[in-house]
Write a protein that binds this ligand. Structure first.
Ligand SMILES: [Zn+2]
Ligand SMILES: [Zn+2]
Length: 145
């Protein structure tokens, strides 16, 4: 089998059934280049690429891309939502209670759902999402010095 050429961002949007706009392309590129960015950081990344865009338009584009499965939204309790371009692999997250840093953790067990509920209550479970809470190295170091 020959490797198929990597689709462009615009082709991926089209493939997901979305209308292609400069803002959506810029948004997807920003989210993928970033590391669990919040909405404000995404908005400034999009503005760097395509010029002014309202926060409302950023929210709308994020909603469309999240619904289409191109972007994953993570929402650690008590922290603003973050967005990432790493989707569909059932990875988990470490979250720092102090600074809110978010770090990926590969699923240790395998395919989704990588955790088996002790009682599935009849649900057909297809995903398990785990948040590991703690203190990141930067915050640990800062505290002790
Ligand atoms: Zn921290
Ligand atoms: Zn992640």
């Amino acid at each position: 089998m020959t490797a198929s050429p990597t689709p462009t961002t615009a082709e991926e949007l089209r493939g997901a059934g979305l209308r292609v706009t400069a803002a959506r392309v810029a948004l997807l590129e920003t989210v993928r280049a970033g590391d669990h960015l919040g909405v404000e950081a995404i908005a400034s990344g999009v503005r760097d690429r395509v010029g002014h865009i309202s926060l409302q338009a950023v929210y709308e584009a994020l909603h469309a891309l999240t619904a289409a499965g191109l972007v994953r939204r993570i929402e650690p309790a008590g922290h603003p939502a973050r967005y990432e371009g790493r989707v569909g692999d059932n990875h988990h997250h470490l979250v720092c209670r102090s600074c809110g840093a978010v770090v990926d953790v590969d699923c240790a067990v395998g395919d989704a759902p990588c955790l088996t509920a002790s009682d599935d209550r009849g649900f057909a479970i297809d995903e398990a999402e785990v948040v590991y809470w703690g203190t990141c190295p930067d915050c640990s170091t800062g505290r002790s010095s």
